[in-house]
Design a protein around this ligand. Structure first.
Ligand SMILES: *[C@@H]1O[C@H](CO)[C@@H](O)[C@H](O)[C@H]1NC(C)=O
Ligand SMILES: *[C@@H]1O[C@H](CO)[C@@H](O)[C@H](O)[C@H]1NC(C)=O
Ligand SMILES: *[C@@H]1O[C@H](CO)[C@@H](O)[C@H](O)[C@H]1NC(C)=O
Ligand SMILES: *[C@@H]1O[C@H](CO)[C@@H](O)[C@H](O)[C@H]1NC(C)=O
Ligand SMILES: *[C@@H]1O[C@H](CO)[C@@H](O)[C@H](O)[C@H]1NC(C)=O
Ligand SMILES: *[C@@H]1O[C@H](CO)[C@@H](O)[C@H](O)[C@H]1NC(C)=O
Length: 400
């Protein structure tokens, strides 16, 4: 599909969107007024893994969509009796990510990382760049990319768990670095959702790779946050990261950096969410504030809203969006949804629009809910089972 540049500029101006609320035109076209995002992406995470790409219209709604094979296999963490977990099959945030016109995705069942190129004229036209790269760990669940460093990093949470990175260019992926190992005593596939890597992401200035590792309160096993300066990524032998277990946290999960600060916002599935500070001198992470969400079941995913200066979180077992302060995690508002979804997992925000994935539960269809955060209401409930997504679906990324 082709976007009409003039329409974008007019629509942006008419809506009164501020320059800070929307990103630069990723295609590098000169356009005075900013415009909205072009497409969302998530994984089917089925045995034959695929990316589902759905274009975003001028008014923020979704239509159409395409399903493109990643060349790898999806996977599921397993429960106490060895059954496949789902929804939230991977127990992670950011199973795929987009930077510029590249998309990177994990293939949990084949221990690989795929790199894809997004067509500049059609955001649903994806093509593999090279073969999927074999990772030094098992069961990858989360991936982050740094434009500044041309670096992509993957968190694995199987029998060999940890983080590993590779440089990338338009020609493909470089060699994976040795694993910075986490001793989780896990299996492949891992038991879940507790005791495992939840998300890996870059600090705002992209000098550090930050990884949340969920604990298991039932086994008195405290989770932690790993901070790895990027210059240490290629160091051999031993762990070069700094690990902290901020006071009062247990199951640290999805995260987002808070622009303009060295703070990060991290959910904790056992009570709600926290604001944490990453000490720029010691790389130690400490608690700034924590907030319990009453009645919550599994608050696991977080996304920062530039347009509102706040953070939205989702719960795998409750069909609501909770908006929280980026300063101290206080609850600003709760948007209760009535579309019949059992809960929401990964989400992304562009301008005023929030895109949150519900994998469904096998009987309830998978869907993406679009919420207009300025009015606090759903504007669309877009079913995605026709695009090959079911209860294993995971991740959310956006092209702006
Ligand atoms: C958004 O635009 C589409 C197509 O242009 C239209 O069908 C839909 O009704 C609009 N939705 C809203 C909420 O404005
Ligand atoms: C484990 O998963 C299987 C298949 O998904 C399910 O039938 C079973 O009830 C689950 N067991 C537990 C203890 O949750
Ligand atoms: C590691 O996991 C196995 C089961 O998979 C368990 O028997 C063993 O006690 C665990 N070891 C530690 C140190 O937790
Ligand atoms: C849990 O671990 C902490 C420190 O590792 C220890 O002080 C405490 O006694 C343990 N609690 C239980 C119930 O095992
Ligand atoms: C941890 O938090 C508890 C209460 O939430 C407080 O009593 C204790 O002093 C804190 N410990 C540190 C090291 O800050
Ligand atoms: C799926 O979710 C719906 C809506 O919350 C619920 O009514 C239904 O019982 C769930 N089914 C399963 C198999 O969990």
């Amino acid at each position: 599909m082709l976007f009409n540049k003039a329409n974008f500029c007019i629509a942006g101006a008419l809506l009164g969107l501020s320059a800070t609320a929307l990103p630069l035109d990723a295609r590098g076209e000169s356009c005075e007024a900013p415009h909205g995002a072009k497409a969302i992406y998530f994984l089917t995470n089925e045995n034959s893994n695929s990316v589902v790409a759905i274009p975003i219209g001028l008014n923020g709604t979704l239509s159409g969509g395409a399903t493109i094979a990643t060349g790898g296999k999806g996977g599921n963490t397993v429960n106490a009796t060895g059954g496949a977990n789902g929804p939230d099959a991977l127990g992670s945030q950011a199973a795929l990510t987009v930077v510029d016109n590249f998309l990177f995705t994990v293939n949990a069942g084949s221990n690989t990382l795929s790199m894809m190129k997004i067509s500049k004229t059609d955001p649903t036209d994806l093509s593999l760049v090279g073969e999927p790269a074999i990772l030094p760990g098992q069961f990858p669940v989360t991936v982050a990319a740094s434009r500044k460093n041309s670096l992509v990093c993957v968190g694995t949470t199987g029998a060999q768990a940890g983080i590993s990175c590779a440089s990338y260019s338009g020609k493909g992926l470089g060699d994976m670095s040795p694993l910075t190992a986490f001793n989780l005593n896990q299996t492949t596939p891992p038991s879940g959702p507790l005791n495992g890597v939840a998300q890996t992401f870059f600090s705002e200035d992209e000098t550090r790779l930050i990884t949340t590792v969920k604990g298991d309160p039932t086994r008195n096993n405290t989770g932690y946050i790993s901070v790895l300066p990027i210059e240490k990524i290629y160091s051999y032998s031993g762990a070069h990261d700094t690990r902290s277990s901020p006071n009062g946290t247990a199951v640290l999960f999805g995260s987002t950096v808070i622009p303009g600060t060295s703070n990060i916002f991290v959910t904790d599935a056992s009570f709600g969410a926290t604001v944490l500070q990453v000490n720029p001198f010691t790389d130690k992470v400490s608690l700034v504030s924590k907030q319990t969400i009453e009645g919550q079941k599994a608050t696991c995913w977080a996304a920062y809203s530039k347009a509102r200066g706040s953070v939205f979180v989702t719960d795998a077992a409750l069909n609501h969006l909770v908006e929280m302060s980026a300063v101290d995690a206080q609850i600003i508002s709760t948007i209760d949804l009535t579309n019949g979804d059992p809960g929401l997992i990964d989400l992304k925000i562009s301008g005023r629009y929030v895109y949150a994935l519900s994998p469904g539960n096998g009987t309830t269809a998978s869907a993406v809910t679009v919420v207009d955060s300025f009015v606090g209401e759903q504007i669309q409930h877009f079913l995605v089972n026709g695009l090959g997504a079911g209860k294993n679906s995971q991740g959310m990324a956006i092209l702006e």
